[in-house]
Design a protein around this ligand. Sequence first.
Ligand SMILES: [Fe+2]
Length: 277
Amino acid sequence: MKIAIISDIHANWEALETTVHDISGQGVDRIVCLGDIVGYNANPAECVAILRELDADCVGGNHDRAVAEQITTAGFSVRAARAVVWTRERLVSDVIEFLTGLPLQVSLETHLVAVHGTLGPHGGCENTYLDSDERRLRCFEALMQHPSRARICAYGHTHRLAIFELREGSVRALDGDEISLCEDSYYLINPGTVGEPRGTSERRATYLILDTAQLGLSVRRVEYNSSVPALKTRRAGLAPRSASITTMFRTAVKWSTRQLGMYNFVRRFRGGISGGL
Ligand SMILES: [Fe+2]
């Protein structure tokens, strides 16, 4: 079986559309989404519609659950909390019900357990970052005791592509875009993010393909025009504060140069001015 594993779409329709197009050429049997379908960007309903049409196996992320009012936005950034309110106001009840019904875990037979943050017996797993050796070790312990008997846990939430292997008692990070898995090892795998890159120069959407027959994992990177969702997000008032300041600065420069009768002169030379006018 070939499984496409995607995560953290965050209402970025352009990124999801391009990713789904790439997935369509990979001969996959199932698509798993590790949550955070909504939040931050301006096309939440469209992204939910695509995943429902694809019959993807989805788990709920912290942003999905906040929009569904299953958790509060305590601990969210100002921008994230603002997007939760904006999103909730724009989704029809059917979509809210879909988000409300998302499970915290999905098992695909013995192949895979899918979660948003981490696997564990306690609540709040969708809000926990698997960003330390200690947390990864605890997740591996939970995976080893999981009733599905799966040896792979797919997680998201960090927006960072990562693959960790537990073999003969030690954990190591694996690099490379084509990885062979060992049937007697355990794995934590994170496909990165489709729609909201963070803390990296990588602007492409990333996802994983797991081939359960060949025991292989492939990293896929998908180019898309990120300026379109960025513009929509800005127009919706959901952009990061720094982007708003940049826009305000550009507007101020544009207004000033117009007042001084220099606008056309500056426009001709805007290639030399960072970001244009
Ligand atoms: Fe996220």
